[in-house]
Design a binder for this molecule. Structure first.
Ligand SMILES: [Zn+2]
Ligand SMILES: [Zn+2]
Ligand SMILES: [Zn+2]
Length: 365
């Protein structure tokens, strides 16, 4: 429970004197965003010199690498070659779009390993590298599994999803992420932002009786959002209470802004919130940021909402299956509940652009 203190920066109730965790993260982020080019090179050098420590989650090197990649979009080939040479595979995004020699090194390690855990990391690294040769290698392992496959829960085509793509039974690629990312930020004045978060709908949830909400409305005709390739409005509708208990909630949208939730699998477990609570959610001040940010923006701490790029999965990555066509959906956006109703966890929003279906998925620690 909250204590008797208020955060000295944002004034929210906290259990200790000082500033809240969210504010601390934000201050740290501001500092990193202000790093000079010289400072960036210095950090990069540090990471390369201590590259072995990348396998140590929570080490200074691991943190520095994440700051460079997530907040500054800095991934150098030198870092990728050093990581491969040291056989460090526990931070797969280091290998994002790595050059061919690094890719071939990863494939070599993957084909030779007999260790399931190492194979699991290597598949994620290759997924991040993501070119056609990487696809070929994962497809080969899907068709002709090695012994370690039995020890893993999912197929190589699901590991490929970690890099934002996958392939079908015939080895044909399907892209699951967008290669541009924009932040969804708090603003004093919502103006006419092409993005709206948590809009109350008229109808009530058939399962719990609470209000349905358009959790995300995206007018993709805005020039910042052209990368989505959608000529109209995307709306993701669900019951904000019931969605917490589902493996995924779905809604169907039309490009002119209509939307309708599909019935839930389980349903009815969520608790109806008070009208006041719904209003508070709707009164969030989230808008689309003006400038794009790196693709892995803020994947370490959990407070930035984004559209496009990569999700910061609280648990394992998960691409819902489109209820219409049966294909994996594309990742669209992440909304942190802390930014909407002060609760925990993240709502991931995915879409099947072909079928005009939105999927919503909640994860928390
Ligand atoms: Zn605060
Ligand atoms: Zn409900
Ligand atoms: Zn579909």
């Amino acid at each position: 429970m909250y204590g008797n203190y208020t955060c000295e920066r944002c004034k929210r109730a906290i259990g200790f004197r000082g500033i809240c965790l969210a504010c601390r993260e934000e201050l740290k982020k501001e500092e990193i965003l202000a790093w000079s080019e010289e400072k960036i090179q210095e950090k990069l050098q540090e990471v390369i010199q201590n590259i072995k420590q990348l396998s140590d989650w929570g080490s200074k090197t691991y943190d520095a690498a994440c700051h460079l990649i997530d907040l500054r979009g800095v991934i150098s080939e030198k870092m990728q070659r050093a990581a491969l040479e040291a056989e460090v595979f526990e931070l797969p995004k280091v290998y994002y779009h790595a050059p061919e020699d690094v890719r071939d090194g990863l494939i070599g390690c993957l084909m030779n390993t007999t260790d399931a855990q190492e194979a699991s990391w290597l598949m994620q690294c290759l997924a991040m590298q993501g070119d056609d040769k990487a696809l070929e290698a994962l497809y080969e392992l899907e068709c002709h599994p090695k012994e370690w496959r039995e020890k893993l829960y999912v197929d190589p085509s699901v590991y490929a999803q970690a890099g934002g793509w996958t392939f079908d039974k015939k080895g044909k690629r399907r892209t699951l992420n967008y290669d541009t990312c924009y932040p969804i930020i708090k603003a004093d004045n919502k103006g006419n932002s092409p993005i709206k978060v948590a809009r109350i709908r008229k109808e009530h949830c058939p399962h719990c009786g609470g209000r349905m909400m358009d959790m995300l409305v995206v007018d993709a005709r805005d020039k910042r959002l052209q990368f989505l390739g959608v000529d109209g409005v995307i709306t993701a509708t669900c019951c904000p209470s019931c969605v917490l208990y589902e493996e995924g909630g779905f809604s169907r949208f039309t490009l002119d802004g209509e939307s309708e939730a599909l019935p839930l699998e389980i349903g009815g477990i969520g608790e109806e919130a008070s009208e006041e609570m719904y209003r508070e959610m709707e009164e969030n001040s989230l808008v689309l940021g003006e400038e794009p940010v790196p693709l892995f923006y803020e994947t370490q701490s959990d407070y930035s909402c984004t559209i496009g790029g990569f999700a910061s999965w609280v648990q394992d990555w998960k691409y819902l299956t489109c209820p219409d066509c049966g294909k994996p959906m594309r990742y669209l956006a992440q909304l942190h509940w802390s930014q909407i109703d002060d609760s925990e966890g993240t709502l991931y929003i995915e879409i099947c652009p072909e079928c005009q279906v939105a999927g919503m998925l909640h994860q928390q620690t």
